[in-house]
Design a binder for this molecule. Sequence first.
Ligand code: HEC
Length: 164
Amino acid sequence: MPDSPAKIEYSEKGKSSKIPIVLAIVVGIAAAVIAAWGVNSNALMAGISAPAPAPVPSVVLAAPANKDEAERLLKAGASVHQERCAGCHAIDAKLVGPSYSEISKRYKNLSEVGFASTHPRNDLAKNDWDGYDDGPHLHLSKEEQRAVAVWILERTKEKEAGND
Ligand code: HEC
């Protein structure tokens, strides 16, 4: 019994002396692979323009802070819709653009709906509205995006909760 701790100590010593060598080899191989891959992908990218950025909302839109603000935004959103969107979008009907019901199946949060409402051109991930032309690039202020997005999400939520 008294000599077993010594044995353990011995065998661990033996192991630990090999670890740095093994590590050095592994790190060396990894570095070589990464270096070769880096050179290759640089060469590949040389003639290709940078890919378009993903459709990340350019601003974060805050949810209404209270009931008064929600009501104010709903009113403002209704008039943004009436003045700038109603020619092409309706709650349920397919017009020149997809219905807001379809749209709110894809975009659930305020910032996404607001940003998508400007019809961004770099929309790689979601720009697959089959059978539709491109929507016009709209310049909407942050508050207009926020108001119309609040209104769209509220109206489509009401529809869903309603009789259909
Ligand atoms: C001249 C017609 C037209 C007008 C005006 C218009 N849209 Fe669109 N909209 C479209 C079409 C067509 C699409 C589908 C193709 C696309 O996404 O560009 C679309 C798509 C969208 C989408 C989804 C975009 C995406 O990237 O998935 C949202 C959200 C939207 N519209 C909101 C709005 C809002 C809000 C307004 C008003 C501020 C508005 N649109 C005004 C035609 C229009």
